[in-house]
Design a protein around this ligand. Sequence first.
Ligand code: GDP
Length: 196
Amino acid sequence: LNYRNTQFVTSAPDIRHLPDNTGIEIAFAGRSNAGKSSSLNRLCDQKSLAKTSKTPGRTQLINLFKVDEGCHIVDLPGYGYAQVPLEMKEKWQRSLGEYLQKRDQLGGLVVLMDIRHPMKDLDQQLIYWAVESKLPVLVLLTKADKLKTGARKQQLMKIREASLAFCGDVEVELYSSLKGIGVDKLRQKLDAWYHT
Ligand code: GDP
């Protein structure tokens, strides 16, 4: 697919408000500041497709993008803000879990993690939910340029090893929006998930 043609479709306050006629959806999730917006922008070669907003909003929206006919990207709100009230966090986690477990359109989950702070609790929870629903997962270790080559490889090995514990289709790759590391691999993976 030509990811450069990706267009914003709509924002939804809730997963239940997503349209149904999306064909195959691939969801992008990650802790706030993990580099999700930058990764999506790089994937699609567009400067501001996904807003790289620095202010952790309370009204976090789900953004839907169309790559091609029947091929969509669902950009889930970042999680892990310390400031968000517990009640809101729990509500969000419940609907996220439901989405990952029940959404028929889902073809795969991309979980973005800062290579220096990977596999936090909620990251693991998302992967667990996805694996439970037989959904393939791609973990992207973002900002890979922040580590030297040796340390980067070591971290990749470590997280790959750790991901075996999920006993599912969980792959781990390096990613850097800044240096373009892993972009081709990400596109190949999405192509496969979209069956194109
Ligand atoms: P989001 O909150 O997950 O959408 O994260 P953003 O994409 O807004 O990025 C968070 C911060 O990390 C910003 O300051 C980005 O400039 C920085 N960042 C994102 N990707 C990279 C990368 O590949 N390399 C480096 N060095 N910094 C990055």
